[in-house]
Design a protein around this ligand. Structure first.
Ligand code: SF4
Length: 210
């Protein structure tokens, strides 16, 4: 949402403080944006795209001031803020402005599907310490059935990101999705990724239904 310069707001649905080693290294604050281009069947945050209730609009400076309450924990543990959602890459300008306030003093992590225009990624890639990419499944038919969208853009964006920031700053999450893929599909996805990116970190896990 664009107002006057310096008064740029985005919709968020929640701020969760003092998380430990769950969304990045150390103590983190998870900030969830509203809005997502996908419609995943087992979305844990459907309020981030199905309804517009519970939204709060916030500027980068307001968010920086609010999360700074925990900066001593961030300093002590190497933690920081993790942006999730929803899809944080819907708001690259906000992320860039927030990053300018942080001045590299603590970490900024991002949880994303990467199913966004590459321009959004290019704008903020240098501002992010670690990308957590939920790849769903590399099989386009499974991906489309589960999310309602195709996945070609995800791979083009991943290739650009690896080339631009290196594999060390990327964790790819590969879920077992009950009723949508199998452990064999998960292994295929991991092989596909490992064949392309030898040093990439893979996080394999299972979605919960409902
Ligand atoms: S990408 Fe995440 S927020 Fe968006 S619909 Fe899927 S699970 Fe929900």
């Amino acid at each position: 949402m664009m107002n006057n310069e310096g008064d740029y707001t985005v919709p968020i649905i929640g701020i969760d403080r003092l998380r430990i080693n769950s969304d990045g290294v150390g103590v983190t604050t998870l900030v969830c944006f509203w809005g997502c281009p996908l419609s995943c069947q087992y979305c844990l945050n459907p309020q981030s795209w199905r309804t517009k209730t519970g939204i709060r609009n916030i500027t980068p400076l307001q968010l920086f001031q609010e999360v700074s309450i925990d900066k001593l924990y961030f300093f002590a543990t190497g933690g920081g803020v993790t942006f999730g959602g929803g899809e944080p890459l819907l708001y690259p300008r906000f992320l860039k402005e927030f990053h300018e306030f942080v001045e590299g003093e603590w970490k900024i992590n991002l949880e994303t599907s990467l199913n966004v225009p590459i321009e959004s990624l290019q704008l903020i890639a240098d501002c992010i310490d670690c990308f957590y990419i939920d790849i769903k499944d590399t099989n386009n038919e499974i991906y489309t059935r589960y999310t309602g969208k195709k996945n070609e853009r995800v791979f083009a964006n991943l290739a650009w990101l690896v080339e631009h920031i290196g594999e060390e700053k990327i964790v790819v999450r590969v879920p077992l999705i009950p009723d949508f893929n199998t452990i064999s599909n998960v292994n295929d996805s991991i092989k596909f990724l490992k064949d392309k990116y030898k040093k990439i970190t893979i996080d394999q896990f299972e979605y919960r239904k409902g």
